[in-house]
Ligand binder design. Structure first.
Ligand SMILES: Cc1cc2nc3c(=O)[nH]c(=O)nc-3n(C[C@H](O)[C@H](O)[C@H](O)COP(=O)(O)OP(=O)(O)OC[C@H]3O[C@@H](n4cnc5c(N)ncnc54)[C@H](O)[C@@H]3O)c2cc1C
Length: 434
């Protein structure tokens, strides 16, 4: 099997991986980005709607994907499509397979940017038959926008988040009708404008407090059975159902590599510089938190580039030596330098908060690169919440959100200004809400 050495290996050419690759290639590092799909750009490739880019979010997904992929190539990154990273062959070495066959790539630093995947119907334990016409959002968008396939005539959308409305738009773009958006939540979780647009402009019913209990039909889907919170049941006739919004980090490589996973996000645990538990391995984007905006993913890619540069330059850990690689042209301090890699104190979001990213704190390493704000999610609406950060009962920070109602399915951002107060030898840091 062919074996090559490079400086930085980025796995995944979505917004996060491409943003990291652009900045790193611009510094002169040899950067390769591997993308298992035939085109670079990640999820935005098949999101035809507008809403991408930094504010104002006016770009369509494909335009945004092209912009990022072009920027990475112009900066000098080698963006290779149709190539999948399969497994680890060393701490920073991966086996890959692509059109040219199998290859082993040894890198001085690895950036995991593998994104998230949607849980399919089977994983959501919806009983019933197994007819055709059952999609996730990603499958629907690829069928319609990438392959121009016919998807049916009447669709029920399971979920009512922003991503569910994007799925509804795709159904309409394919010439089919949206029968209803169905959510178990007591109120619509999407931005108000999207909910009103669905209700008033498209006249699409939005069924809150409603659960899909069964899929019906043999061969082709003929309907879905639903149960309202008051116990009433009904059948919605349809030939298509789209399960939306239930994302999990695509953490397969992280898991196979034995990287520490955060129990709340199920992605690799990372500190404020987006360092994973393995020296020289970083993680960015939806693999950390399924799913925030593409701009957030790209920002994390750019942020991690600073820490990767530090690692390559030898200011953290082993100066980015390639294992078994002989002379890598840097001043590496030897393998024992891996011990300098910060393990970080766990950061835990207490209920009703669901998760926080980053989820490790490395207090004695608080450089500008460590000041990425923390992104939280909540299970229930919180009106004007006050967040407390404590360690072993010691208060570290208190933040009031006077003008904010934190909602499920929306990010809540907490400053990292308190991170230097954390005791590296102390217990986990907790974020609680009052
Ligand atoms: C339906 C939908 C609508 C959305 N709408 C918006 C919107 O309007 N505005 C907005 O800002 N955000 C939107 N988002 C969110 C946005 O798409 C994500 O935040 C963003 O794509 C995350 O970027 P990423 O690079 O982390 O992951 P992805 O975009 O998921 O990219 C990860 C890439 O890694 C590749 N990959 C994974 N494993 C491997 C491997 N082993 N080897 C090689 N390649 C691999 C994948 O093929 C993929 O291309 C939407 C998301 C969805 C699903």
């Amino acid at each position: 099997m062919m074996r090559r050495q490079i400086d930085v290996l980025v796995v995944g050419a979505g917004p996060a991986g491409l943003a990291a690759a652009s900045l790193l290639a611009a510094t002169g590092a040899r950067v390769e980005v591997l993308e298992r799909e035939q085109r670079a750009g990640g999820v935005p490739r098949h999101c035809a709607h507008r809403g991408f880019g930094d504010r104002p979010r006016t770009l369509t997904g494909p335009a945004y994907a092209r912009l990022l992929a072009d920027a990475a190539r112009w900066a000098g990154a080698d963006v290779r499509t149709g190539v999948t990273a399969l497994d680890w062959a060393g701490p920073r070495t991966l086996t890959t397979v692509g059109p040219q066959g199998a290859e082993t790539l040894a890198a001085r630093a690895v950036v995991l940017a593998t994104g998230a995947r949607e849980r399919p119907r089977a994983a959501r334990l919806v009983p019933g038959t197994r007819p055709a016409g059952v999609y996730t959002t990603g499958e629907l968008q690829q069928a319609v926008h990438l392959y121009g396939q016919h998807i049916g005539t009447r669709a029920v959308i399971v979920g009512a988040e922003d991503v569910s409305h994007a799925a509804a738009d795709t159904v309409r773009a394919a010439g089919a009708a949206v029968v209803a958006l169905v959510t178990e939540l007591p109120r619509a979780p999407a931005h108000l404008a999207r909910t009103l647009d669905a209700r008033l402009r498209h006249r699409t019913p939005l069924l809150t407090g409603t659960t899909v209990t069964e899929l019906l039909g043999h061969g082709r889907l003929s309907g879905v059975r639903v149960r309202h919170r008051d116990g009433r049941t009904a059948t919605l006739p349809c030939d298509t159902v789209v399960f939306t919004g239930d994302f999990v980090p695509d953490h397969e490589l992280a898991r196979r590599g034995g990287l520490t996973l955060d129990p709340a996000t199920r992605g690799p645990a990372v500190d404020g510089a987006l360092r994973t538990s393995r020296p020289g391995v970083f993680a960015v984007g939806s693999v950390l938190h399924a799913v925030e905006s593409a701009a957030t993913a790209a920002r994390e890619g750019a942020h991690a580039a600073t820490a990767v540069r530090d690692w390559l330059a030898g200011t953290t850990g082993t100066a980015g030596t390639t294992e078994n690689s002989g002379n890598t042209g840097n001043t590496g301090r030897g393998a024992e330098g891996d011990a300098d890699w910060p393990s970080g104190v766990p950061l835990i979001a207490a209920p009703p908060l669901l998760r926080v990213t980053p989820n490790r704190v490395t207090p004695n390493r608080v450089t500008p690169a460590d000041r990425l704000p923390y992104i939280l999610r909540t299970a229930i609406p919180l009106t004007r919440p006050v967040l407390y950060v404590t360690q072993d009962g010691r208060p570290l920070h208190r933040e009031r959100f006077l003008l904010t109602t934190a909602l499920p399915h929306r990010p809540l951002t907490l400053t990292a200004r308190w991170a230097h107060r954390v005791d590296p030898g102390g217990g986990p840091v907790r974020v609680t809400v009052a």
